[in-house]
Design a protein around this ligand. Structure first.
Ligand SMILES: [Zn+2]
Length: 341
């Protein structure tokens, strides 16, 4: 088959070439999180012609996302679409030759290994440390490369992790920061230029990795601040690996921990609740029983009940997001009243 006109400029770029393009077309990627970082990374990967991308995100599109989450528009909000579904629709229009699998789900210890199955690279585009540490453990266990990203304010970080060969997230951070000790998008805000830059650096690292151009000896933590133009490449060092519970001892305490039950969501004044057992909720029936609490709307993917000052968004599998509080106890109570767990 002649080289696709679609990829001609990328193929003409020496370090990729025809061989690199062929490798891209055979690559299989898991992308976790479709916020500011994930939408940009997904857009570039699909345009670049990767073979397969599995998108997982637990959220739905909201007005405050549109400032930076470039796959979404006002129509997605009007339709109450989950981000994974809205992104999938948009990405299929961009490149119909890429196989796209969209999953509306929370990634946690109970399902990460299932999502890793059949992929050869994982991109982290998350907004919380809990899930990143789970990914770090799972990728170390299954020896799959992954690329860490984070962005806040005007500042962001990128670090590829090649298990056994380069430092991991625990080498870098030790243990998970305690709740309330790190700034969030709610307290610090975030500007679109930094999330686009950080996602772009992540995709560049992914392209290098897939096409065989990423030298493990050259892997660094990249930090950039778009407001001050401070740019750093930091060597986390092999010494950190020698004392890391994951790299040195093969201990996966985040993967082996109990499934997450409640998570306070970054920048949302909201709590996510994840039942231990997956349900298959009949929204039509439930909408009648909870109508007494407030106005109810539902589609094939989610049900919303607005009961000021709270709003419950419930997914078919029983997962829910309660807006209007960041208290896990309050959210649990609202969930149990409305959904009955
Ligand atoms: Zn490590």
């Amino acid at each position: 088959m002649p080289p696709d006109e679609r990829y001609s400029r990328q193929i003409r770029f020496g370090p990729i070439g025809e061989t690199g393009q062929q490798r891209l077309s055979e690559s299989r990627i898991l992308l976790v999180g479709l916020g500011a970082l994930g939408t940009v990374a997904a857009d570039q990967l699909v345009r670049a012609g990767v073979g397969f991308v599995r998108l997982v995100d637990r959220d739905f599109v909201e007005l405050s996302n549109l400032q930076r989450q470039s796959l979404f528009d006002e129509g997605d909000i009007a339709d109450n679409l989950p981000k994974a579904i809205a992104a999938e629709t948009r990405l299929r229009r961009i490149n119909s030759s890429v196989q796209i699998e969209a999953r509306v789900d929370d990634v946690n210890p109970s399902n990460i290994e299932e999502y890793l199955d059949g992929v050869d690279l994982v991109l982290d585009a998350l907004d919380n440390f809990e899930t990143r540490f789970v990914i770090n453990d799972a990728c170390a266990k299954h020896i799959k490369p992954w690329i860490y990203t984070a962005a806040l304010g005007s500042y962001g970080l990128v670090m590829p992790v090649l298990p056994g060969r380069t430092p991991c997230l625990r080498c870098l951070l030790g243990s998970m920061p305690a709740p309330g000790t790190s700034p969030t998008c709610e307290t610090a805000g975030v500007v679109a230029p930094i999330t686009h830059i950080i996602a772009s650096i992540q995709v560049a690292e992914a392209l290098k990795l897939i096409t065989g151009s990423l030298d493990p000896h050259d892997v660094r933590l990249t930090a950039y601040d778009v407001w001050s133009h401070r740019f750093q490449r930091i060597d986390v060092g092999k010494d950190a690996m020698a004392s890391c519970p994951v790299c040195a001892k093969g201990e996966f305490e985040y993967l082996d921990g109990s499934p997450l039950r409640t998570i306070t969501l970054c920048g949302r004044n909201a709590v996510q609740l994840i039942p231990g057992v997956r349900g298959d909720i009949n929204f039509e029936e439930l909408s009648k029983s909870i109508a007494a609490f407030g106005s109810v709307q539902f589609n094939d993917f989610l049900l919303k009940c607005s009961a000021p000052p709270y709003e419950l968004t419930l997914f078919r599998d029983g997962r829910a997001i309660v807006k209007g509080t960041d208290e896990a106890g309050t959210a649990r109570s609202i969930y149990s009243k409305m959904v009955g767990l």
